[in-house]
Design a protein around this ligand. Structure first.
Ligand SMILES: Nc1nc(=O)c2c([nH]1)NC[C@@H]1CN(c3ccc(C(=O)N[C@@H](CCC(=O)O)C(=O)O)cc3)C=[N+]21
Ligand SMILES: [Mg+2]
Length: 294
């Protein structure tokens, strides 16, 4: 036995190809979708992510607007930039890279983005709409997770899903998405009693905590779908390495299907950002979306 690998890089490439067609279609209508990416400060990981997002968006034919601001930028200056982007007709999506410097209130900034342009899906209106089952822009990482899960199992009705990690960015929205698929969901976290036992009940297990190797092989139900959202930079044998929250080698012996890190959820997060930008552009311009809801 051995788990089949869920190839996020391949799935993202497939989605990028579909996006390229959708963007070309919009361009022929004179409505090229535009994505504004805002980066405050010089966090090296953030700079790499932002550069990737911009490169991918340009590759797919988007209009890309890049705003790199110094760490010293005041909250009010950032808020006025957002007001300008909200008003800009050729900007369909706005992404403010997190984390923001300590002197800026991320919640205030998120709430200032026009919900129709909130391609991260972090605005309270989108969060609320998602939980009501109303049309919403859906956070990119959970959306990417869902697309990867659906790539190996179409019908999730009745399945037991366990999500480890209760963040606003991953755990909570993913709960809503899995509920919509008629899963029975357990949202586990650092205070959960007997986490291994809870995890062993999962047909779909999602790890989103940021602790390298937390999920052991014997925490996994044989045949389960395991989605690893963790991105941990560790040093192993004197070398920098990127690992997830799942003990990959052990999990591979037990799981039915498993995402790797890197090359799993990460690439899908970026592809879903662009998917959301197309979605936002279609809605703002009254054009039908090329994508099914999820
Ligand atoms: N407003 C906002 N929206 C975000 O969506 C957002 C954010 N802020 N801040 C940071 C996190 C993190 N994030 C990732 C995106 C892609 C990869 C990715 O492509 N990872 C590659 C590896 C890249 C590497 O080597 O570091 C992979 O897993 O294969 C990872 C992480 C988006 N985030
Ligand atoms: Mg990954």
């Amino acid at each position: 036995m051995g788990a089949s690998l869920i190839d996020g890089t391949a799935a993202a490439a497939q989605l990028h190809a579909e996006l390229r067609v959708a963007v070309q279609d919009l361009t022929e209508r004179g409505a090229t979708p535009g994505l504004a990416v805002v980066l405050v400060g010089k966090d090296p990981a953030s700079s790499v992510y932002v550069r990737n997002k911009i490169r991918k968006s340009v590759d797919a034919g988007f209009r890309s607007f890049h705003h790199e601001l110094p760490t010293s930028t005041s909250e009010s200056d950032l808020l006025s930039l957002i007001a300008r982007l909200n008003a800009a007709p050729d900007v369909d999506g706005i992404l403010v890279q997190l984390p923001l410097p300590d002197h800026i209130d991320a919640r205030k900034v998120t709430a200032a983005i026009d919900p129709a342009k909130d391609v991260d899906g972090f605005h309270p209106v989108n969060v609320g709409s998602l939980s009501l089952g109303a049309p919403a822009l859906i956070p990119c990482t959970p959306l990417g997770c869902m697309l990867l899960i659906k790539s190996v199992r179409k019908d999730l009705a009745g399945a037991s899903a366990v999500i480890v990690g209760r963040s606003n960015i991953v755990g909570k929205p993913l709960t809503q998405l899995l509920l919509r698929e008629d899963c029975t969901i357990t949202l586990a976290h650092s205070k959960t009693d007997d986490l291994p036992l809870v995890c062993r009940s999962a047909d779909v297990l999602v790890a989103a905590v940021g602790r390298p190797g937390l999920i052991r092989g014997d925490w996994i139900k044989p045949g389960a779908i395991v989605i690893d959202v963790g991105i941990n930079r560790i040093e192993r044998e004197g070398r920098q390495q990127l690992v997830g929250d799942v003990d990959f080698d052990a999990a591979q012996q037990v799981a039915g299907a498993l995402t790797p890190v890197p090359g799993g959820v990460g690439p899908m997060t970026i592809a879903c950002l662009l998917r959301n930008t197309v979605e936002a552009a279609c809605r703002r311009r009254g054009v039908g979306s090329p994508f099914a809801t999820c």
